[in-house]
Design a protein around this ligand. Structure first.
Ligand SMILES: *[C@@H]1O[C@H](CO)[C@@H](O)[C@H](O)[C@H]1NC(C)=O
Ligand SMILES: *[C@@H]1O[C@H](CO)[C@@H](O)[C@H](O)[C@H]1NC(C)=O
Ligand SMILES: [Zn+2]
Length: 966
């Protein structure tokens, strides 16, 4: 799946501040949760009738651990082909008012182990009884003795099975065909076969679409819904005249037919390749599209007609071909399908989904409009397309056997998405950004005692909720970080070579993650490259234990050591099979001598001859290719600070960003003083690069969270105003008084930082500038004079400074916005107002799906909570409505942890801790769903914050005061 569930534009200015850390969906020690989950597993349940009528029960002997009580399929049956016809109704049933779909399915499977039981996944489907009186019919396929009779049939809700008991055993190696007829609801729940709604010229339109990953294909038709159960799918979709049907395969024809007295169209598709169920997609819409072909591959972009007519699909179309070519070359394997469709959906839970041949996106992740979209929007589109196209091979052609290895699938795509995007937009330098977006993001989570290793055991991942929980920052971002490190020390050439043989060997099949290590090792062996161990041995230390090391370099003695980096050094961590020792590739430079590298294989076995002359410095982890932090002796820190102030360009810009991030986090962990960390920001008056600025602002966000309700705020704002004023002036000159756009992609980002920070710290010129633009727009709504890159921050600053008039204008523009990226910017900026009544009204809007789409509800509440005025209001709001929110929005999304994290992020007092504990107690009966861990974590975090404030407040206050004196 694409990009991290819930994406925050980096240009959201003041509102965005909390989300850097808050949007990180963190998971507390999974093992704890699994054991809780296991404890909850209640008594076995007898199958119930799926037709909603009487119950032909399956006998359930009392002490039971029947096959249908287990979440994993038995290994007796293997599907080969499915023939599925689905008919989604885009108008509600006049009596029940339900939107439904009807379907038939014939699955041919082979019996590989004798059994009298057929288990096939099925969730929320109602079956029509066949003539035999049961929910399905069974016949022999391809000759052989007649199939045994069905003795009983039923559905098991808990484990999501259709269960058939047979009078006699299925014969090993014989093929059978199971046929069913069923009905399901086309709900607006964003999972399985669901509906999305939008308005076009005032008319409500319905799209039927799917999101199967991880376990919702079974909500569309009965199937063996595990990734290793690959099969070939023959799909037919029935749909109304005037609509178009899409699926993974190319359309082979559309005919008119009459079904149930209705005149309809019937579209058939080419059979798919052998593939996993979670990659299927079925869509019926009246969308428009544009297309091109590239060396025989048809590339199409679909979206609402209005979006296509406004050319919003053109950018996606223009980068898809080059990125596909890039990956063909990178993998040394041709694109396996004849077409590549991509479609933008008004309602979509994740960022995007890599369905094979028919990739689905949120509108903001695919549609670009030069008049409305920022460079950040554009970059997001290029990288998500790249991420999803990377999956066409890695994930789709070759699929991990079970979900416990999800991290390799998502980590890999999250790493190479930068390579593909860089190929499409070479001038941007996006490859560097993985350091901010993945490494810094996941360092924050992985430094907690409650983190978890990348790899999980297959037997620990069983229930759909456990699978969903794996889609977290560890899988995506740590996965990307360790693969980038691996590619770094192997060299990109060896990495590609191993990858290519892996993909060729396992095409159309399934693997475990060590299969990739095997192939990389073969490439290493062939090249003769020396490594301190096998790829497996090196990577085990990164994959099988949680966390990462801090490397300490003592330039006086030359000693290089490693230690598990924990944000709270007092926390208790579980034992690790590798005793928290890593095999670490260390690259380093010292003044005037570049890039030697060493391996650190034990906790402290390495002594390097440093010969550091007084006043010179050593810097390790060049370009942050390694997944670790670095600490130094005090003399070296002083030399580095000196270098920053006198000649910051001597240190590569990624490492300037890294020094700041390491210093702030080492201070949080009490390895160095908070004042030393703050001192890394002193040189920023001379810094104009985006990466170091972004790193500093991200880290200072924590200071805002802790202090924006205290007397530290004034001096802190004064200090930052002083630091950012030269940057603001730099951009004023660079843009000729804000009349041109800076040419560089990173400069465009940093211009947003300059304006956002200058305005929020109260630089009068900035406020005048921004309010001038906004007022001019209000005076003439037809002409928005605000440059798209700057809109998020300008909207936010102007709404924060304004009142109801500004708010209502922006709301009106939000409702009218014809492109989702513009609506997105306004939706975030509306949370910036300082008026409590406006914020409360906005909170009410979030639970009204006709005003705020369901997919956006939690992120809107989190935006409001990130505003210091909105935070207590949002907290009251969710406490008040918890059971309602939980019931309305609880269905399978990842957003509850974001919600809890976002709303509680400022918590740092004893009183807030009590409230949080009370909240947990009051709602135990309702539950917290995917936010269960987040509640525990919020309690832990609140305690840590209380401690941090008591230890740091006075010295930080004094430092800010001292450093703003003229
Ligand atoms: C399935 O059956 C149940 C029970 O009769 C009913 O409440 C539900 O609406 C049905 N669903 C569909 C989509 O027909
Ligand atoms: C690409 O694959 C072909 C065969 O599939 C192989 O002969 C060739 O060496 C590969 N090229 C590289 C650069 O790995
Ligand atoms: Zn993905």
């Amino acid at each position: 799946m694409g990009a991290k569930g819930f994406f925050i534009s980096k240009a959201v200015g003041v509102v965005g501040i909390v989300l850097g850390a808050g949007a990180v969906a963190t998971i507390i020690a999974l093992s704890v949760v699994y054991s809780q989950e296991k404890a909850k597993t209640d008594a076995p349940v007898a199958p119930t009738d799926g037709t909603g009528t009487t119950l032909p029960t399956v006998p359930t002997p009392a002490p039971s651990n029947e096959p249908w009580d287990k979440y994993r399929l038995p290994e007796s049956l293997v599907p080969e082909t499915y023939t599925v016809t689905l008919h989604p109704r885009l108008i509600p049933d006049p009596i029940t008012k339900l939107y439904i779909f009807t379907g038939t399915s014939h699955v041919v499977f082979k019996c590989v182990k004798e059994t009298q039981l057929i288990l096939i996944h099925s969730n929320k489907l109602n079956y029509t009884k066949a003539l035999n009186g049961f929910l399905a019919t069974l016949t022999t396929e391809g000759g052989g003795a007649p199939a045994p009779a069905i003795k009983s049939s039923g559905l098991v809700e808990k484990t999501q099975y259709l269960v058939l008991q047979l009078s006699d055993s299925l014969v090993k190696d014989q093929k059978y065909k199971l046929s069913t007829t069923f009905t399901g609801e086309l709900a607006d729940d964003l999972g399985g076969f669901y509906r999305s709604e939008y308005l076009e010229n005032g008319v409500k339109k319905i799209v039927a679409t799917t999101q199967m990953q991880p376990t919702d294909a079974r909500k569309a038709f009965p199937c063996f819904d595990e990734p290793a159960m690959k099969a070939i799918f023959h799909i037919t979709l029935v749909h109304a005249h005037g609509t178009r049907a899409l699926s993974n395969g190319m359309e082979t024809g559309t005919t008119d037919q009459t079904i149930d007295g209705m005149s309809v169209q019937v579209t058939t598709f080419e059979p798919t390749k052998k593939m996993s169920t979670y990659l299927l997609a079925f869509i019926v819409s009246d969308f428009g599209f544009i297309q091109t072909t590239l060396e025989g591959v048809l590339i199409r972009i679909f979206a609402r007609k209005a979006a296509i007519d406004a050319n919003q699909g053109e950018y996606a179309l223009s980068v898809t071909g080059p990125i596909l070519k890039f990956f063909e070359n990178y993998y040394n394997a041709t694109y396996p399908l004849p077409k590549s469709d991509q479609i933008a959906l008004p309602d979509f839970n994740a960022g995007a989904m890599e369905n094979w041949g028919l990739i689905t996106y949120r509108e903001t992740a695919l549609l670009y409009d030069a008049k409305y979209s920022s460079n950040s929007n554009k970059e997001r589109i290029a990288s998500i397309i790249s991420h999803e196209l990377a999956h066409m091979w890695f994930g789709n052609l070759v699929t991990l056997r079970w979900w416990n290895d999800l991290w390799l699938n998502e980590g890999f795509a999250s790493y190479v998405e930068y390579l593909g995007a860089d190929h499409a937009e070479p001038s941007w330098g996006v490859k560097d950004l993985t350091v901010l977006s993945d490494i810094h993001r996941v360092f924050a989570v992985d430094a907690l005692a409650s983190s978890h290793p990348l790899s999980s055991k297959a037997e620990d991942i069983q229930r759909p909720e456990q699978i969903s929980e794996l889609f977290d920052a560890i899988s995506y971002s740590k996965g990307a970080a360790v693969l980038r490190m691996l590619s770094g020390f192997l060299t990109e050439d060896l990495f590609k070579k191993g990858l290519s043989t892996y993909l060729n060997k396992f095409a159309y099949g399934n693997t475990v993650y060590t299969d990739l290590w095997d192939h990389l090792q073969m490439a290493v062996d062939e090249s003769g490259k020396p490594l301190p161990g096998r790829v497996h041995d090196i990577m085990n230390t990164w994959v099988l234990q949680m966390g990462f090391p801090v490397i300490t370099i003592d330039t006086a003695t030359g000693l290089v050591t490693q230690k598990h980096f924990l944000l709270d050094p007092e926390s208790n961590v579980e034992a690790s099979p590798y005793n928290y020792e890593w095999i670490v590739p260390i690259t380093w430079m010292k003044t005037n001598i570049n890039q030697p590298s060493i391996w650190l294989t034990k906790k402290s076995d390495t002594r390097v001859e440093m010969k550091v002359i007084s006043g010179q410095w050593v810097l390790a982890n060049l370009d942050t290719v390694g997944y670790y932090r670095v600490n130094y002796d005090m003399a070296n820190w002083e030399s580095l600070l000196n270098a920053l102030t006198s000649n910051h360009q001597d240190i590569p810009k990624i490492n300037r960003a890294q020094l700041i991030d390491d210093a702030f986090n080492l201070a949080r962990a009490k390895e160095i003083s908070t004042i030393l960390a703050l001192r890394t920001t002193q040189y920023l008056t001379k810094e104009t690069e985006y990466m170091p600025w972004e790193s500093a602002l991200d880290n200072l966000d924590f200071f805002y969270l802790m202090f924006d309700r205290s007397e530290v705020l004034g001096p802190m704002q004064a200090y930052l105003l002083k630091q950012v004023t030269p940057l603001f002036d730099h951009f004023r000159i660079l843009t000729v008084d804000w009349t041109i756009i800076p040419p560089g992609h990173m400069d465009q980002y940093n211009q947003v930082n300059a304006i956002g920070k200058a305005c929020s710290t109260g630089l009068p010129q900035c406020q005048t500038l921004v309010q001038g633009w906004f007022t001019s727009w209000m005076d003439n709504p037809a002409v928005n004079p605000i440059e798209p890159n700057l809109r998020s921050t300008v909207y936010c600053s102007a709404i924060a400074a304004g009142g109801a008039k500004e708010w209502d204008f922006a709301w009106d523009q939000f409702l009218k916005a014809s492109i989702a990226t513009e609506a997105e910017k306004l939706r975030a900026a509306l949370a910036c107002t300082k008026e409590p009544w406006l914020l409360n009204r906005y909170l009410e809007y979030t639970l009204n799906p006709s005003l705020i789409r369901k997919q956006d509800a939690t992120s809107t509440i989190v935006y409001i909570a990130s505003n210091v005025v909105g935070q207590p209001l949002a907290w009251d709001f969710i406490r008040d409505r918890w059971s309602y929110i939980f019931n309305q929005y609880g269905g399978g999304s990842f957003s509850f942890s974001n919600l809890i994290n976002g709303v509680t992020e400022r918590f740092s007092s004893k009183f807030e801790l009590q409230q949080l504990e009370q909240f947990k107690k009051d709602n135990e009966a309702v539950g917290f769903g995917s936010g269960t861990l987040a509640v525990e974590q919020a309690i832990e975090r609140t305690k840590a914050n209380m401690m941090w404030i008591s230890e740091n407040k006075q010295q930080v206050l004094k430092w800010f005061v001292d450093n703003t004196l003229p």
